[in-house]
Design a protein around this ligand. Structure first.
Ligand SMILES: [Zn+2]
Length: 56
C-alpha cells in the first residue's frame, strides 16, 4: 500500500482536525482500462473517536 495523499475531517465530538491518509490499493484491469482504487485509511480517525467512548 502507498499513501497518495491525505484529507482532513473534523471530529464531531471535539472538532479537532483528523488527517485521513488516502491509500492506493492494487490496481485492477477492466477491459482495456486500468482501474486504480484509492481508499481512505480510517485507522487514525477511528482511534481518535474511540477516545471519546465511555470507558467500560
Ligand atoms: Zn475528538
Amino acid at each position: 500500500m502507498a499513501a497518495v495523499g491525505a484529507v482532513q475531517v473534523h471530529c464531531p465530538e471535539c472538532d479537532v482536525a483528523l488527517p485521513i491518509a488516502m491509500v492506493l490499493k492494487s490496481p485492477t484491469r477492466e477491459g482495456d482500462k486500468l482501474i486504480v482504487n484509492v481508499e481512505p485509511d480510517l485507522t487514525d480517525a477511528v482511534a481518535h473517536v474511540w477516545t471519546h467512548e465511555p470507558a467500560e
